[in-house]
Write a protein that binds this ligand. Structure first.
Ligand code: PTJ
Length: 253
């Protein structure tokens, strides 16, 4: 059974963007980049995105601004890439990493050597100079079972701020217990990751990552104390409530 190719979707279809993204996810699964569970995770994300009107809310914009300020203040920022991120935004992740001078590290829930190679190739093809997370003997993050505990010595292990899109709650918690600030992108404002992270961007990865790069470029002209104010004024819990409110209000429209 085959799904529609992205070129088969008529541009006037009311769900054109969403179907195009879905087709990319299916292609990535066939190419061995995405885990089978990644398809299910994507479907869950689609449902929340539908409720969010498939657009970036003011709450998400605020979280993106705070994430950009936090990343600019970081000494060792790292972007953790899983299958869904590699499938949807490889070029955008590479641009963000270049803009921030951040490291990129592969970390997979369903880790196989084949998936690691496929994701490394996607990132290198997208222009990544260095991709961490492929080492034979990495360090480990305490409090997590392998393979998610893997942490490259030059990457996750010494990171102070991490961008971890679509993370699972256990890893988000362990990273925070190990003293790291965790920025996540998760369309589900009720997920354990969303509630655990330092900053949660409740938005679709395909919109959030380019917006984040734009915010980094805008804020890099600001002085350190302005960035610190932005970070200080942000409250993740109330931002999650604002994101949820947008979804609940869509039920009355
Ligand atoms: O590539 P691997 O092996 O590391 O596996 C990755 C998955 C995603 C399978 C794994 O981390 C997983 O099982 O994730 P969960 O626990 O299903 O969580 C996925 C979360 O991401 C859900 O809360 C979804 O709503 C959300 N989500 C899915 N697609 C998107 C998204 N959030 C933002 N943008 C999306 N495109």
């Amino acid at each position: 059974m085959s799904s529609k190719n992205s070129q088969d979707i008529p541009p006037d279809h009311p769900r054109y963007e969403s179907l195009k993204v879905r087709a990319r996810v299916v292609d990535a699964y066939k190419a061995g980049i995405l885990a089978d569970s990644g398809l299910i995770a994507h479907g869950r994300g689609e449902a929340f995105d539908y409720l969010a009107g498939e657009k970036t809310s003011p709450a998400a914009e605020k979280a993106i601004e705070t994430a950009a300020a936090t990343l600019l203040l970081a000494e060792n920022p790292v972007i953790s890439v899983n299958g869904n991120t590699a499938a949807l935004v490889p070029g955008e992740v590479v641009s963000l990493a270049h803009t921030l001078n951040a490291k990129i590290e592969i970390n997979l829930f369903y880790r196989t050597p084949e998936r690691v190679s496929a994701i490394e190739k996607v990132l290198k093809d997208a222009g990544a100079r260095e991709v961490l997370g492929t080492e034979e003997n990495p360090e480990h993050i305490e409090g997590l079972a392998s393979p998610r505990s893997r942490a490259s010595k030059e990457g996750v292990y010494k990171a102070d701020v991490m961008l971890v899109p679509l993370e699972d709650g256990d890893r988000a918690e362990a990273l925070i217990s190990n003293g790291k600030k965790v920025i996540t992108v998760d369309l589900n404002p009720l997920s354990r990751t969303a509630k655990t992270a330092t900053i949660t961007i409740v938005d679709n990865l395909v919109r959030a990552i380019p917006l984040l790069t734009g915010e980094v470029e805008r804020l890099r002209k600001m002085d350190k104390s302005t960035l610190q104010h932005i970070v200080h004024d942000f409250d993740n819990h109330s931002n999650l409530q604002d994101s949820l409110r947008v979804m609940l209000e869509s039920l009355h429209e």
